[in-house]
Design a protein around this ligand. Structure first.
Ligand SMILES: Nc1ncnc2c1ncn2[C@@H]1O[C@H](COP(=O)(O)OP(=O)(O)OP(=O)(O)O)[C@@H](O)[C@H]1O
Length: 284
């Protein structure tokens, strides 16, 4: 539940998180890949989400912003099957569902990182990222444990894939370190690696930069943009740091008290009166 006051980021110039060649670069945005229609979610008397609709296009970086308790994490939880909304539907890659369990959602190509890290602290970096490959493991648990026959060959293939991710995220020197011994910023990177191991079409990132210093945020921004660019992965991002959001997003949806109050490009959103009043303040 960390919150970085957006006003604190106002003194950072636009594009501060991007390499010069990245700032202002144009990219090809595709068709709608995720369509969220009229989602309402209640917990007893608490209306977490009220009639929320928005879409995400293939290859976009789409951010969801808003004050604490606005419903951002609840929205991601509906998309990836952790919560079942009372009303509304979700269409992903042409397939419409009201609710699906998290494994089915993962099999469809949606992976998620968590605000509060969901890692095995006593296990190494490699082993944690390997858990993201479970989806693809065909052999049974006993064979996997004994690493026998096809299970052994399967494991070698998955480990090679995981090693590529470790290289990509530049955490080679920590590959055998128990995750609990790593600084927080690197743990967030491992969490991203676990999600990448699922080879997602779409990545849901819940505050991937919370608790990071500026340098760690720059690294994380670079990885997100590289994933988006090199693998074509669509990214849905919850982030409180407005410098980051405005720099790396193609479009932004704004929630407040469970309702949508803004939706558009970073420029449209930062000039939206309702968004300024509810969240951004006058510094944007
Ligand atoms: N499992 C739950 N049980 C009861 N209420 C919940 C649950 N999950 C979320 N809520 C409530 O729903 C509302 C939206 O919460 P949510 O965590 O989605 O907001 P958020 O925008 O992600 O906030 P933050 O920026 O602080 O993470 C809040 O009032 C919260 O207390």
């Amino acid at each position: 539940m960390s919150y970085i006051n957006p006003v604190n980021c106002a003194d950072r110039p636009a594009g501060a998180f991007l390499a010069p060649q990245e700032a202002g670069q144009t990219k090809k945005i595709g068709d709608v890949i995720l369509d969220v229609r009229n989602i309402s979610l209640r917990f007893g008397g608490v209306k977490a989400l009220t009639d929320i609709s928005f879409d995400v296009r293939e290859h976009e970086v789409r951010s969801i912003i808003g004050p604490n308790g606005a419903g951002k994490s609840s929205m991601l939880n509906c998309i990836n099957g952790v919560y079942a909304q009372q009303e509304g539907s979700i269409t992903f890659r042409g397939r419409t569902f009201k609710h699906m369990n998290s494994r089915a959602v993962a099999e469809m190509g949606i992976a998620r990182t968590f605000q509060n890290l969901a890692l095995f602290k006593g296990m190494s970096v490699i082993e944690n990222i390997m858990t993201g490959r479970n989806l693809f493991m065909k052999s049974n648990l006993l064979l996997q444990a004994l690493r026998l026959g096809p299970a052994g060959r399967e494991e070698v293939r998955h480990r090679e894939f995981v090693e590529h991710i470790v290289d990509f995220l530049e955490i080679q020197q920590h590959r055998s370190t128990p995750v609990g011994q790593l600084p927080y910023g690197l743990q967030k990177r491992v969490d991203l690696g676990r999600a990448l191991a699922m080879e997602p079409k779409m990545l849901l990132l819940d505050e991937p930069m919370a608790g990071m210093n500026v340098e760690e945020k720059q690294d994380m921004c670079r990885f997100i943009l590289d994933i988006n660019d090199e693998f074509g992965t669509t990214v849905v991002l919850i982030e409180h740091d407005m410098g980051v959001v405005m720099d790396i997003s193609d479009r932004v949806v704004v929630l407040d008290y469970g309702k949508k109050i803004g939706d558009g490009t970073p420029d449209e959103v930062r000039n939206n009166e309702d968004v300024i009043n509810a969240y951004l303040g006058n510094s944007h």
